[in-house]
Design a protein. Structure first.
Length: 200
């Protein structure tokens, strides 16, 4: 498959998934049209707002990482395509998991569902990045950013496993691990290293 076509498909699915997150919010019904009551009901949606921000960050990081890994790729084989599709399958499920977490933030079942969703995503990411390296997708020296992403993704998988275990007993603490990974990839990881352009 041509890199451009896979990129367009990925961009489209991730864009839709990120947009669907906002549908988790419902306009409060205030029968008396009282401003104080409306304000109170809006504030009560803070768990949904936090879940929205977290998941939007996760999906955005998916998009950034996929772009960084594939923009220098010279060969995209069937396995790379299928792993990307599996990744998008997981990403498309994030809005539903986010809605459950926003509705029942303190319940272990909701935290476990969200944790499993993100854990599967990270495992697929690790498999995809490693396949790009092993299959010589860059037809030359593997970019520094790809090797770095592979190491970081391994750590992320371990953190997701910890979050998964915590979800059964301490849902709020498990969310903290998800925030840590999301914030790191959003602001501190080097996903956009210039080295990714040196492949080939």
């Amino acid at each position: 498959m041509h890199q451009h076509r896979l990129g367009m498909y990925t961009d489209g699915i991730l864009c839709i998934a990120a947009t669907l997150l906002v549908l988790n919010f419902a306009v409060p019904v205030v029968p008396t049209s009282d401003n104080t009551d409306l304000m109170r009901r809006l504030v009560e949606q803070w768990p949904r707002a936090l879940a929205y921000i977290l998941s939007f960050g996760v999906i955005t990081n998916y998009w950034r990482l996929h772009n960084a890994m594939f923009r220098a790729a010279r060969v995209i084989d069937r396995r790379s395509t299928m792993l990307t599709v599996l990744l998008l399958l997981t990403a498309a499920f994030i809005p539903y998991a986010t809605n459950v977490v926003g509705t029942y933030p303190t319940l272990p079942a909701a935290a476990v569902l969200y944790s499993v969703t993100l854990l599967i995503g990270n495992i697929v990411w690790k498999l995809l990045i490693q396949h790009l390296i092993d299959s010589n997708a860059y037809q030359g020296e593997t970019p520094d950013a790809t090797r770095l992403a592979s190491r970081h993704m391994t750590v992320a998988v371990y953190i997701r496993v910890i979050g998964f275990v915590l979800a059964f007993f301490l849902p709020i603490v498990s969310y903290a691990t998800y925030w840590a990974v999301m914030i790191y990839y959003a602001f501190f990881s080097e996903l956009d290293l210039p080295g990714v352009e040196r492949a080939g």
